[in-house]
Design a binder for this molecule. Structure first.
Ligand code: RAM
Length: 360
C-alpha cells in the first residue's frame, strides 16, 4: 500500500473507531498526533504551476447549511466545474446553520471516505480545526469557501470578496439611503459565523468615521440563517427600537426575511434595509419599494472557484503559499494572498435599474 493510502486508511479508522484503536492499527497514531498543528502539512512541498490537472478526483463540499438556496447555487457551481475537470462532486452537511458538532461529524465522514479534497464553509472559526487538521494530515486538501476557519486549519480560503470592502460598503449603502442619520441595527446569521462576524467588525470600524456621527448602531441581532427566526428578530428590533431607521443584514436568509417583514408592515419604505441578498430573492422587494439597494457576488462562481482551487491543490499547481498563482479555467488567473486567501472579486450592487439583468 502506498504511504499516502495507508495514512488515509488510518484517518478513516481514526474517524470511525476510537482513536486508541486506530493508533494500534496504524502503528502509533496517538491522540497527540491527531491534535498536532498541521500547518506544515498545508504548505508542504513546492508548487508546480505547470503540473497537469489531475482527473478522477473526489471533492466533497460541506456548506454551512445544505438547505440554504445560497449554498445550493454555490455548490452547483462547484459540481459543474468538477464535472468539466473530470472529477466527482459530492455534498454533505447539516440543515441548520448552528449545528457545529454536525459539521465536525461531516468533516470526519469525508475523511473516512478518503476524498481527495474538501471545500468547507465553516459555521465557527475554531470548532472544526481538529477534524480539518486530521484530514490534512492524511493527504486531504482542505479549502474553505464563503466562511473561513483559522488559517492553520486549512490550505486555502476562497473568499467571496475582500471582507473589509464588504463590511464598509454595506454601511455606506445604508448611510446613503437614510441620509447619514438615525438608529440602525444589524440582523446577522449565527453568532459564531466567521464571515458575518468579520464583516460586522469592519462595519463597526467604518461607523467610527465622523461622517456617521448621527448614525448609531443600537443592536446586533442573530436570526441563525433561519427564515422564521430572522423574521421574528426583525419584528423584535422594531418593537424594541421604535426610532430605528435602518437595518443591515449580511446574510441572504436574513435580508429576505427582514424584507418580507418590512414589506407587510407600516415600516415599508421608511425603515431602510440593505445587506447581502440574491437578486432572485430580493427582486420583488426592490420592485415594491421595500428595498433600494443591496449587494452580493455570484454564489455559483464562488463554488466554481472553490472546486478549481481544490483540484489545483491536489494536482500540486499550488500549495497555499502567498504569491502562488494558478489558472482557474475560464475564470482566469488567481494569486494566493496573505494567510492563504484567494479573492473571487468585487461584489455587485443591485437596485431597481439593474436587478433584472441577474438570475441567481
Ligand atoms: C447566507 C450565509 C452565507 C453568506 C451569505 C451572504 O446564505 O450566511 O454564509 O455568505 O448569506
Amino acid at each position: 500500500m502506498r504511504k499516502s493510502s495507508l495514512r488515509r486508511t488510518c484517518a478513516a479508522l481514526a474517524a470511525v473507531t476510537s482513536l486508541a484503536l486506530a493508533a494500534t492499527a496504524c502503528g502509533g497514531t496517538t491522540k497527540e498526533d491527531v491534535g498536532k498543528d498541521s500547518a506544515s502539512a498545508a504548505s508542504e512541498g513546492k508548487a508546480d504551476p505547470n503540473a497537469e490537472l489531475k482527473k478522477g478526483l473526489t471533492v466533497g463540499f460541506l456548506p454551512k447549511q445544505v438547505n440554504n438556496p445560497y449554498f445550493t447555487s454555490a455548490d452547483k457551481g462547484g459540481e459543474a466545474a468538477l464535472k468539466e475537470l473530470g472529477s466527482t462532486y459530492k455534498e454533505v452537511g447539516p440543515s441548520s446553520a448552528t449545528d457545529t458538532s454536525g459539521q465536525v461529524s461531516y468533516v470526519n465522514t469525508l475523511t473516512q471516505q478518503q476524498v481527495d479534497a474538501m471545500a468547507v464553509s465553516a459555521q465557527d472559526p475554531g470548532a472544526l480545526c481538529t477534524a480539518l487538521k486530521q484530514a490534512m494530515k492524511n493527504d486531504i486538501k482542505v479549502v474553505t469557501y464563503d466562511s473561513d476557519t483559522k488559517a492553520d486549519c486549512r490550505n486555502v480560503f476562497v473568499s467571496q470578496a475582500s471582507a473589509e470592502d464588504l463590511g464598509r460598503t454595506e454601511v455606506q449603502l445604508l448611510a446613503e439611503q437614510l441620509d447619514y442619520k438615525g438608529e440602525i441595527a444589524i440582523l446577522s446569521a449565527a453568532q459564531t459565523a466567521t464571515n458575518q462576524n468579520t464583516w460586522i467588525d469592519f462595519m463597526e470600524d467604518e461607523l467610527k468615521d465622523p461622517k456617521y456621527k448621527d448614525m448609531k448602531l443600537v443592536k446586533v441581532a442573530y436570526g441563525n440563517d433561519d427564515a422564521q427566526q430572522s423574521f421574528q428578530q426583525t419584528q423584535g428590533l422594531l418593537q424594541e427600537y421604535p426610532n430605528l431607521k435602518g437595518i443591515i443584514s449580511p446574510t441572504t436568509v436574513g435580508i429576505k426575511a427582514a424584507a418580507q417583514y418590512l414589506s407587510g408592515s407600516k415600516y415599508k419604505g421608511k425603515v431602510k434595509l440593505t445587506g447581502l441578498g440574491t437578486p432572485n430573492d430580493m427582486r420583488k422587494y426592490v420592485k415594491n419599494g421595500t428595498v433600494e439597494g443591496f449587494e452580493l457576488w455570484d454564489p455559483a462562481k464562488l463554488g466554481e472557484l472553490a472546486a478549481r482551487t481544490s483540484v489545483a491543490l491536489v494536482s500540486g499547481q499550488i500549495t497555499g503559499k502567498e504569491g502562488e498563482t494558478f489558472k482557474a479555467g475560464d475564470m482566469g488567473e488567481f494569486t494566493i494572498g496573505k494567510d492563504g486567501v484567494i479573492n473571487l472579486g468585487k461584489p455587485t450592487v443591485f437596485n431597481a435599474k439593474n436587478i433584472d439583468q441577474f438570475d441567481f
